[in-house]
Design a protein around this ligand. Sequence first.
Ligand code: GLY
Length: 368
Amino acid sequence: MTSAHPEPLQLPLPYPVYCRAGVRQTIGEIARLVAPSHRVAVISDSAVAPLHADAIVAQFPADSTRLFTVPPGEQVKTRATWAELTDALLEWGAGRDTTVIAVGGGVVGDLAGFVASTFMRGLPVVQVPTTLLAMVDASVGGKTAVDTPFGKNLVGAFHNPAAVVIDPEVLNTLPEDVLRSGFAEMIKHGVIADAPYFDAVLRYAHAVRDHGASAPDFAATITTLVIGSVRIKAEVVAEDTREGGLRQILNFGHTIAHAVERVLNFTLLHGDAVAIGMVAEARIAESIGLAREGLSLAIADAVERAGLPSRLPATIPLDDIIAATHGDKKAREGSARYALPRSIGEMEAAEGKWSVAVSNAVVKTALS
Ligand code: GLY
C-alpha cells in the first residue's frame, strides 16, 4: 500500500497507535488496512459529528457506511443507549463483517467500544479520540464500559481496538475547560511512572491554562506530551492487560474521582474529578505513611497550574463520598482500595497487589 498515513508509534501493544497532525484524513485507509470490512458504522456524538465524524464517514463508500450519533455527555453512557445503538445496527443490517469507528471523547469511546465488544460477540473497533483526555487515556488499553446507577464503568468488557488514531489537530476545536481537563490524566501518568514526564507536563500546563490551544508551540508540544502519556499507559497495560495487578496504578485518583462524579451526578468534568481525587489520595498516602509529607502539595500545585480544582466542593457531604467509594471496582470484602503513590514517579506495589485497603476514618480525615 502507499504510505499516505504515518508509521504507528513503536509501542508494546498488539495494535497500532497512530499519532500525528492530519492523520484523521487517512482513517479510511488505516481502517481498510487493520479491519477490512463490508460495512462501516461510525459512532459519535451530536456535538463532535459535524466537526469530525462527517469527514470520516466521507472516507468510506456511502452505500455501506452509516453515522450513528448519541447526545453528548456522560449521561448517555448507559445500558439503555447500548441497547438503542445495537438495535440500530441490527436494523441497518450490520453483521460480523462490520467495523465500528468510535469518534469522540471517552464517553463515545467507552460506549462504542462496548457496542463493538458485544455485537455478534465482537466487532473490530477503531478508536478516534477527539478530546485530550481520551487521547492520553481512554482510547488506549481496551477498556470498554457503560455506567450504572451503582457507579461508573461497572458493566463492560476488555476489547482491544484494531487501531487508535490520534490527530492532535482536532484539539483546536475543543472547549478550553475540556482541553484543560485532559491534563489531569497526563499529570497522573507522571505521578504513577515518570518524574521527568511530570515535570514536562508541569512546564507546559500553565500555558494551556492561560491560552488554550493558542498557547505557544501548541501543536508540537501537545503532540510530544500525548505520545509521552500513551507510551506510559501502553507500558502498563502491556504488562497487565486485564488489571490483575499493576494496571491498577492507572486508577490513581480515580477511587475518589468516581465517587465524586457519582455524588455530583456527573456534573463535573472527569479530569476535574481526577484532579481532586489525586490530591485527596496523595493525602491518604501521606497519612498512612506511604508517602512523605509534601507529595499532596506538589500534586495540588501541578493540578492548579493546569487550571484544575485541587479540593472537593465544600458542599459535598463526605459521608456520601465515602459510601460511593465502596462501589469502586477495586473494592474487596467490603473495603475500598486505593492505588497510592510513594513519590512522584513511584507507586506502592503492595506486594504485587498494587492497591491497598484504607479505612473510612483515614479517608474521611484526608478529605476534610
Ligand atoms: N483508565 C484506566 C485504565 O485504562 O486502566
